[in-house]
Design a protein around this ligand. Structure first.
Ligand code: FAD
Length: 49
């Protein structure tokens, strides 16, 4: 699993991924972890509060 760096929170360059997960609540975080354990490329985005 790739750990995003600090800049990932504000990156604006295009990103390619197999799965885009919107929202980092329990459902999103679980999906990201599950997909990552299966080796499925995924990106999780969430809004700032
Ligand atoms: C006051 C309160 C107390 C609670 N107490 C408990 C408890 O004690 N025990 C318990 O088991 N459950 C509790 N719950 C329920 C628990 O919080 C939810 O069941 C759980 O958070 C749902 O997870 P989720 O991933 O589906 O959604 P959420 O946790 O709501 O996550 C959704 C995520 O998506 C993000 N998001 C939303 N819209 C967008 C958008 N347009 N673009 C990008 N990102 C977005 C949000 O910022 C958030 O990070 C409580 C809920 C509340 C409101």
């Amino acid at each position: 699993m790739t750990v995003p760096d600090q800049q990932s929170a504000t990156r604006t360059d295009p990103v390619q991924t197999e799965v885009l997960i919107i929202g980092s609540g329990p459902a999103g975080a679980s999906a990201a972890l599950f997909l990552s354990t299966l080796g499925v490329d995924n990106v999780m985005v969430t809004k700032h509060r």
